[in-house]
Design a protein around this ligand. Structure first.
Ligand SMILES: NC(=O)c1ccc[n+]([C@@H]2O[C@H](COP(=O)([O-])OP(=O)(O)OC[C@H]3O[C@@H](n4cnc5c(N)ncnc54)[C@H](OP(=O)(O)O)[C@@H]3O)[C@@H](O)[C@H]2O)c1
Length: 246
């Protein structure tokens, strides 16, 4: 089912949990060598390290808080060194969310969510350009929330809608340099976040999803892998919703 990514070199941010983790494992199983960015030393990071060992290739996990531009520089430097100075695939999956009434939204919560979801994607992508050279593919992870707007998430939706603009502009600016830039916009996916959802909220979402269930991280990763591979060689500037038709 997965495209052949043998010999490809990839960087994935936010890769130890949820959608990012499914992307990392999918890329590795398809033959790519992957550098994974994450924030904390956790059992999730350790278990991913173990799982990656079984996929062959020499993958690397790098602890780097993307809220700190200096740590993004270190992440890119580690990726460059580990991958022999070049990259084929960048997946910006890192993100964070909070639910706060807009009237009470403090500036630090706004800044944190904008920084982690939007500014980090910009800095990682810009910093990766010398490694991508004159070919490559960038996949940004947005959110269905950024397409429709959601109460209590003004900061999150602003960041995710910003990713659409970033993706569209970069697809036009970098396309002529041989770099494709696309966005995947997941709906409600079974991740740590969904696990903490109150049963009434889960039921409300499920009732609105024509496929009658939340999505799986692997189902988002499958579309990311398509965009990361040469199978999608003429796809550029696109937004792919993976949301069960909600
Ligand atoms: N889950 C959903 O239903 C859903 C729906 C729509 C869109 N999305 C988007 O999909 C992406 C992945 O979401 P998810 O729910 O799968 O994520 P998740 O399970 O919350 O995992 C987040 C990942 O990002 C890392 N991370 C968080 N803050 C970081 C920081 N400041 N610096 C470096 N790494 C950081 C975490 O590392 P640590 O474990 O080390 O903290 C972890 O690997 C996000 O962009 C999210 O907005 C998710």
């Amino acid at each position: 089912m997965f495209p052949d990514l043998a010999g490809k070199r990839a960087l994935v941010t936010g890769g130890t949990r949820g959608i990012g983790r499914a992307v990392v494992l999918g890329l590795a199983q398809a033959g790519a060598t992957v550098v994974v960015g994450h924030q904390r030393q956790t059992e999730d990071a350790e278990s991913l390290r173990r799982e990656l060992k079984d996929t062959g290739n020499d993958h690397l996990l790098v602890q780097a808080d993307v809220a700190d531009p200096a740590q993004i520089t270190e992440l890119l430097s580690a990726a460059g060194t580990h991958l022999g100075g070049s990259l084929d695939i960048v997946v910006n999956s890192v993100g964070t969310i909070s639910h706060i009434p807009y009237a009470d939204l403090p500036l630090d919560a706004w800044t944190q969510v904008l920084t982690t979801n939007l500014t980090a994607t910009h800095l990682v992508t810009q910093g990766a350009l010398p490694l991508l050279g004159d070919s490559g593919t960038v996949v940004n992870i947005g959110s269905g929330a950024g397409l429709v707007g959601v109460p209590l998430r003004a900061h999150y939706t602003a960041a995710k809608t910003g990713l659409i603009g970033l993706t569209r502009s970069l697809s036009k600016e970098l396309g002529s340099k041989g770099i494709r830039v696309n966005l995947v916009s997941p709906g409600v996916i079974e991740t740590d976040q969904a696990a903490g959802m109150p049963p009434a909220a889960r039921a409300a979402y499920t009732n609105r999803i024509p496929l009658g269930r939340l999505g799986e991280a692997n189902e988002v990763a499958a579309v990311v892998l398509f965009l990361a591979s040469d199978v999608s060689s003429y796809v550029n500037g696109a937004t792919f919703t993976v949301d069960g038709g909600i």
